[in-house]
Design a binder for this molecule. Structure first.
Ligand SMILES: *[C@@H]1O[C@H](CO)[C@@H](O)[C@H](O)[C@H]1NC(C)=O
Ligand SMILES: *[C@@H]1O[C@H](CO)[C@@H](O)[C@H](O)[C@H]1NC(C)=O
Ligand SMILES: *[C@@H]1O[C@H](CO)[C@@H](O)[C@H](O)[C@H]1NC(C)=O
Ligand SMILES: *[C@@H]1O[C@H](CO)[C@@H](O)[C@H](O)[C@H]1NC(C)=O
Ligand SMILES: *[C@@H]1O[C@H](CO)[C@@H](O)[C@H](O)[C@H]1NC(C)=O
Ligand SMILES: *[C@@H]1O[C@H](CO)[C@@H](O)[C@H](O)[C@H]1NC(C)=O
Ligand SMILES: *[C@@H]1O[C@H](CO)[C@@H](O)[C@H](O)[C@H]1NC(C)=O
Ligand SMILES: *[C@@H]1O[C@H](CO)[C@@H](O)[C@H](O)[C@H]1NC(C)=O
Length: 910
């Protein structure tokens, strides 16, 4: 307010100054207009400092070249009138004064990329000489001024990325010379004006990322000059008008993310110039029209996330320019047309999550620079084609959840471009070919749940890039290669459920990254090497169901991040080291079915240990088990405690039956915790020693909130330990209620065994950001992905940090980096990737997702949400919708080689 008043005073000053000066020329009049415009602006960079009235001495010299023609951003015509005003990229804010309409010769006004948060004055519509108006990338509010249609010469109108509301002015349809109309990324509502049918010269129509409704007017089909149509991220109804088949100049059609339905009109096949078709994430149904094969220029076709059914029409193989074919997440079936393998430019083929069957064409990749092949979660059979990497471009090979049989093609183990190989859950047999260890970019090797035999090839130990190895549930024999756990980048190593034998290689001097080591259900023997404790990052160590002997090495108890330790079903002897109670991170310890003996320490985590995790050791006693001498006394103590508790008030949530019934509440409260307010987030972090909130369930009546409950869940409130969890007493003073709260030991939804079909979805936010070309990734939950890694990927996306970024400092990953920021009370906003832009809405949205990511990366698996929850939460993480702009952004090229994520194919290729 103060500012505006000052500006007004300034303006008055100028005004009187001019009167005093008694200028007579029209040019002088324009000087005063410019100065009054300046007086309305807040100019933090002082870009307009040269805009001042000249010294009296200099003024007469102006002659036929008026002095203001030399001012920053001002271009005059030959008569000395202001013709162009370019105030873009100056960080300007404030207001645009009505005086601007007095620039009678103005043909071009550019206010793009500033910080204007005011409304755009109606007087702008009086600039009927305008040919080009650019107010994009600001925060303009209110309605877009109507009347511009009178600017008969208007060719370019760009108002994208603003906060405009209200309707799109009808009269724009009167600006019949218009070639570019870009209104993406505001909050426009209502329908597309029918008057647009007059825009016969229109080449670019961008309305995406608004709140537009109604049908897409068939009249748009008459705009025969249209080359680019971007309408997605709106609330349109109906389908694509068949009249679009008349848009013969069309090159780019993007209707992605909307509510569009019906069948895809075969008329589109008439569009011979069409290069890009994005219709993903709508409700299109029926078959893919075979006419699509006639779009001879087509390069990118993305029909994913719809309800399309039937087979892929063989005609698609006629699209010789096709680089990308994305049909994932539909209801497509049948086999893949064999001619698809002969498409010479095909680089990305994603068919995952459909019902395809039969073999893949045996020559896929033979003739084309195939980069990504993701056909997971279908019913493919037959052998994996040996040609996939013939051109040496394959980076991502994802075949899991199918019924592929036969061997792993040898060619893959020499395919040096490979980054991810994910073939789990098939019927693949034979041995693991030698060579994967020498592929310098390979990060993930997942071959779990197949019928592989033989040994783990030695060369894998020499890898410098592998971070995730899962060979579990096969028939692998022999011992582990001796240095395999020293792969410098190795984070996860899972070989459970094989027939491996021998000792654990004692090479733990350097296991700099190892966080998960699962050797369970094999025939490993010998002692557990104490040196394993030098794996400083290890979080989960599972040696269950082997033949280990000897004592539990004491140093294990002091491992700094070890949270889960499962040593059950071995032949370990000796006692449980006292120090386990004070182990810095240990949360879950299972030593059942060994030959352990002696007293169970009664400190720390052992105080609340589930007795089931101790059973099968005849010699153990004390602690949570019956006392070493008098068993009877213990039982009665527990019973009295229990009774007392019931008397104390409501006993809720002990029965697991109830737990099932009301599990939904848990999920709901989980969202609430993370969405209600930012402070909730901070609070939960301070709980305990950086402890994470856990899932609440089994409440019968709700006199209280989840926050009330969580506040009471601390060690001093422990009242007992049952078979499935620890029970805490919670007094809710507000409602005078005392409840028992049970913290379950294991989450009832086992992420690892979840049905992958339930886990399919697309992360909406990232999809939207992709549309805005900001992040440039789509992350799909295509896979039985482990929720923790998923959270890590999200964090990496949001912060723009890569796992090996030097910024983290040695030995700190992105999760730890973020946690430290929170602990040190540093701003999370600053942790976000600056390349995403500093728009408030985007940041808001990113912060919400960041929180979800933090949930996913909770220390304990049982505290992490299920993938289904994550999908729902992500769906909700959109405080305001705003997506828009820039269909081609060079910046994304940099992300082209991002290996870990499913980079948006679109950006990879644009
Ligand atoms: C423009 O202004 C600068 C000083 O700001 C002056 O040096 C230059 O001669 C001017 N040019 C014209 C064409 O008036
Ligand atoms: C422009 O403004 C933004 C936010 O107000 C600020 O972050 C940025 O540094 C400014 N640009 C310059 C060049 O000062
Ligand atoms: C636009 O120009 C007309 C005629 O010159 C004038 O009456 C009207 O007030 C102007 N509109 C605005 C918003 O200044
Ligand atoms: C478009 O122009 C015509 C004729 O100049 C006029 O009658 C009509 O009202 C204008 N349409 C709008 C929506 O302003
Ligand atoms: C979008 O429009 C719908 C229906 O017209 C309305 O319910 C919703 O609130 C609007 N959203 C925004 C962000 O304006
Ligand atoms: C436009 O398309 C419609 C329906 O596809 C058709 O009936 C009509 O004749 C076409 N118009 C022109 C001018 O091609
Ligand atoms: C495929 O790989 C070859 C050789 O590595 C390279 O020259 C070519 O550019 C790649 N093609 C694509 C589309 O990436
Ligand atoms: C409109 O402006 C935005 C931002 O300034 C720009 O990225 C976009 O390319 C422009 N649209 C067109 C069609 O030129």
């Amino acid at each position: 307010m103060q500012l505006i008043r000052t500006q007004f005073l300034l303006f008055l000053l100028f005004f009187f100054y001019f009167i005093g000066f008694s200028s007579s020329t029209v040019a002088d009049d324009e000087v005063s207009v410019l100065l009054s415009i300046k007086s309305g602006l807040v100019d933090p960079l002082n870009s307009l400092k040269g805009w001042r009235w000249p010294d009296k001495a200099a003024a007469p010299a102006a002659g036929n070249h008026p002095v203001h023609c030399n001012w920053t951003g001002v271009v005059c015509n030959s008569e000395g009138y202001v013709e162009k005003l370019d105030l873009s990229h100056m960080n300007l804010s404030g207001r645009v004064f009505d005086e601007i309409q007095r620039l009678k010769s103005l043909t071009s006004l550019n206010l793009c990329c500033n910080g204007f948060g005011s409304s755009l004055p109606k007087s702008v519509a009086n600039l009927t000489t305008l040919q080009s108006l650019d107010v994009s990338q600001n925060f303009f509010i209110g309605s877009f001024p109507s009347g511009l249609g009178r600017a008969g010469g208007l060719v370019y109108l760009n108002a994208s990325s603003n906060d405009f509301t209200g309707f799109v002015p009808d009269d724009i349809g009167n600006a019949t010379l218009l070639e570019t109309l870009d209104l993406r990324g505001s909050f426009f509502q209502g329908t597309i004006p029918r008057s647009f049918r007059n825009l016969q010269r229109l080449k670019f129509l961008g309305l995406s990322g608004n709140n537009l409704t109604g049908l897409i007017p068939p009249e748009l089909g008459q705009l025969s000059s249209l080359e680019t149509v971007i309408l997605g991220y709106n609330e349109f109804e109906g389908g694509i008008p068949p009249e679009f088949g008349n848009l013969t100049s069309l090159k780019y059609l993007d209707l992605s993310v909307g509510n569009l339905g019906n069948e895809i009109p075969p008329e589109l096949g008439r569009l011979k110039n069409l290069e890009t078709v994005f219709l993903y994430k709508n409700d299109f149904e029926g078959r893919i029209p075979p006419d699509i094969g006639k779009m001879s220029s087509l390069q990118l076709l993305d029909l994913s996330d719809n309800m399309l059914s039937g087979e892929i029409p063989a005609e698609i193989a006629e699209l010789k320019n096709l680089q990308l074919l994305n049909l994932m997440c539909n209801q497509l079936s049948g086999s893949v047309p064999s001619q698809l393998g002969s498409l010479p430019k095909l680089a990305v083929l994603e068919l995952w999550n459909n019902s395809f069957s039969g073999p893949l064409p045996s020559d896929v990749g033979k003739n084309s620079p195939l980069q990504w092949l993701d056909i997971s979660s279908n019913s493919f059979t037959g052998e994996i084609p040996s040609t996939l990497c013939d051109k040496g471009n394959l980076t991502k090979l994802i075949l899991f959840n199918n019924a592929f049989s036969g061997p792993i093609p040898v060619g893959l183990s020499t395919c040096s471009s490979l980054v991810r190989v994910r073939m789990q859950n098939n019927l693949i047999s034979g041995t693991i070919p030698v060579g994967f260890g020498r592929l310098g970019k390979l990060q993930r090797l997942e071959l779990a749940n197949n019928s592989l035999t033989g040994q783990i090839p030695d060369d894998i130990s020499s890898s410098t890039s592998l971070s995730f190895i899962d060979l579990s549930r096969n028939n692998l024999h022999s011992s582990l290669p001796s240095t395999i756990l020293s792969i410098p980048s190795l984070q996860t190593f899972i070989v459970s459920n094989n027939n491996l034998e021998g000792h654990i290689p004692a090479q733990f001097q350097d296991c700099p990254s190892l966080t998960v080591l699962d050797l369970s259900s094999n025939h490993f023997s010998g002692r557990i090497p104490a040196s394993i404790a030098s794996c400083e990052k290890l979080v989960n160590l599972n040696l269950r169901n082997n033949k280990f002997t000897g004592e539990i090495p004491k140093p294990i108890a002091m491992m700094p991040t070890l949270a889960i330790l499962d040593l059950s079903n071995n032949s370990l002897s000796g006692g449980i080291p006292e120090s386990f109670g004070i182990s810095p991170a240990l949360e879950t310890l299972n030593v059942s079915y060994n030959r352990l003996e002696g007293p169970v320490p009664a400190n720390g985590v052992l105080r609340t240990i589930n007795p089931n995790d101790l059973v099968g050791n005849a010699g153990l006693c004390g602690g949570v088990l019956p006392p070493c001498s008098q068993n009877a006394e213990f039982t009665s103590r527990r019973r009295s405690l229990h009774t007392k508790h019931i008397i104390a008030g409501w006993v809720i949530g002990i029965s697991s039956v109830l737990a099932l019934g009301i599990a939904i509440f848990g999920t709901r409260s989980l969202y609430k915790r993370w969405y209600s307010s930012g402070s909730c987030f901070g609070e939960s972090y301070q709980m305990g020693s950086g402890e994470w909130p856990w899932r609440l369930m089994a409440f019968q009546r709700l006199y209280f909130t989840s926050a009330d409950i969580l506040a009471c869940v601390k060690e001093s409130n422990v009242v007992g330990v049952g078979a499935t969890g620890t029970v805490y007493k919670a007094e809710i003073s507000r409602s005078n209620t005392v409840v028992a709260v049970k913290k379950l030991w294991r989450s009832e939804i086992d992420i690892e065994t979840g049905n992958s079909n339930d886990l399919v979805g697309e992360v909406n936010l990232l999809g939207r950001l992709r549309h805005r070309n900001i992040l440039g990734y789509t992350l799909k939950i295509d896979e039985k992905v482990d929720i923790y890694s998923y959270g890590v990927v999200l964090l990496e996306l949001l912060t723009g940090k890569r796992p090996l970024d030097s910024e983290f400092g040695e030995s700190v990953n992105v999760v730890e980096w973020i946690r430290r920021r929170i602990r040190d009370n540093k701003s999370l906003e600053e942790a976000l990737d600056p390349n995403v832009g500093n728009c408030k809405h985007v940041q808001e949205e990113m912060l919400l997702v960041l929180r979800i990511a933090l949930l996913c990366t909770a220390k304990l698996p049982k505290d992490r949400p299920s993938m289904r929850d994550v999908i729902t939460m992500l769906g909700e993480a959109k405080p305001r919708r705003k997506s828009s702009s820039s269909s081609n952004n060079e910046g994304n090229a940099a992300n082209k080689d991002e290996p870990i994520f499913s980079t948006s194919p679109v950006n990879g290729l644009l």
